[in-house]
Design a protein around this ligand. Structure first.
Ligand code: ADP
Length: 301
């Protein structure tokens, strides 16, 4: 029996890709796609050639986060062409194949597996420095498929995104042990949404809740009081813990599991806005709090 023709085709495609990074999370909603999107923007901003592949088949949010909603994939003699944000940042997602972004994808394992195989075999990335792969949460069919197909061609490693609280970290431990079992190096863990950080001048609402349950908006009063009496405080960043991280959060878990801790990204309303608008958080000092945190993490990868 000869070599598996699919694996041969995948190896051929991947021969023009220098580095492959998997972005994983134990749970959904922790900011994995946001991180994948911003990692891709950052690498492209450093003049690398970047591909971003979204294999979150049931919940593809990458097209929106890259500002590519409603775009379609084109086919040529060389395969499927990614959709380009910039000349050096191409994106592939099942989101581009759905007629309506509200449509649900209800697929069983073999069909998902088939699509991932096709993405790996047929997408014409060309010569690229980085392929960032945004995986679905957990360790399911998609993960097994991607590892099975890509491992023979080499995977640089996985970045695992989590929030600080223990319920999320339990699933990260599973993710780490999955990586160890299948032989994918863990590049490190990112703790996202660790605290809400905002310069005081950007605080959009500060409400006082009364005993009867109604609320009084004091934002304008507080900001104008600061402006008059202590303007130097307006740029000070206020930070408050949102999730309980009393158990030590991701950093301690990393020590226990012997994997690198890459850093913390605060909850930043500006980052959420950049993601909603499909923009890079590194442009125009848009995200004064989260962009430096993300940059320092990305430099460690
Ligand atoms: P996942 O891919 O893990 O399901 P997403 O990346 O889709 O999670 O993030 C869920 C939501 O949280 C999105 O609206 C995203 O913009 C927002 N979000 C993620 N990280 C942050 C952050 N650090 N600050 C503010 N909003 C964030």
């Amino acid at each position: 029996k000869g070599p598996d023709p699919d694996l041969v085709a995948i190896a051929e495609r991947m021969s023009t890709v220098k580095h492959k990074i998997l972005v994983l999370s134990g749970k959904g909603g922790v900011g994995k796609s946001t991180f994948s999107a911003q990692l891709s923007f950052a690498l492209a901003g450093m003049d690398h050639q970047v591909g971003l592949m979204d294999i979150d088949i049931c919940g593809p949010s990458i097209p929106k986060m890259l500002g590519l909603e409603g775009q379609e994939i084109h086919q040529s003699n060389f395969g499927w062409s990614p959709v380009y944000v910039e000349d050096n940042l191409g994106v592939m997602s099942i989101g581009f194949m759905l007629p309506n972004s509200d449509d649900a994808v209800i697929w069983r394992g073999p069909r998902k597996n088939g699509l991932i195989k096709q993405f790996l075999k047929d997408v014409n990335w060309g010569e690229i420095d980085y392929l960032v792969i945004d995986a679905p949460p957990g360790t399911s069919d998609e993960h097994i498929s991607i590892v099975q197909y890509l491992l023979p061609t080499g995977i640089d490693g996985a970045i695992i995104v989590t929030t600080p609280q223990e319920v999320s970290l339990i699933d990260v431990r599973k993710e780490v042990s999955f990586c160890k079992k299948v032989g994918v190096p863990v590049l490190g863990v990112v703790e996202n949404m660790s605290g809400l950080s905002q310069p005081l001048k950007d605080v959009k609402f500060m409400k006082l809740l009364t005993e009867t349950g109604s609320s009084i908006d004091v934002t304008k009063d507080v900001i104008s009081c600061l402006r008059e009496n202590a303007p130097e405080l307006l740029n000070v960043v206020a930070c408050s813990e949102v999730f309980d991280s009393s158990a030590g959060g991701a950093e301690r878990m990393c020590k226990e599991m012997g994997v690198p801790f890459l850093g913390k990204v605060p909850l930043d309303p500006q980052l959420c806005k950049a993601a909603e608008q499909g923009k890079s958080c590194f442009e125009d000092n848009k995200c004064s709090v989260s962009a430096p945190a993300l940059k320092s993490i990305i430099q460690k990868v």
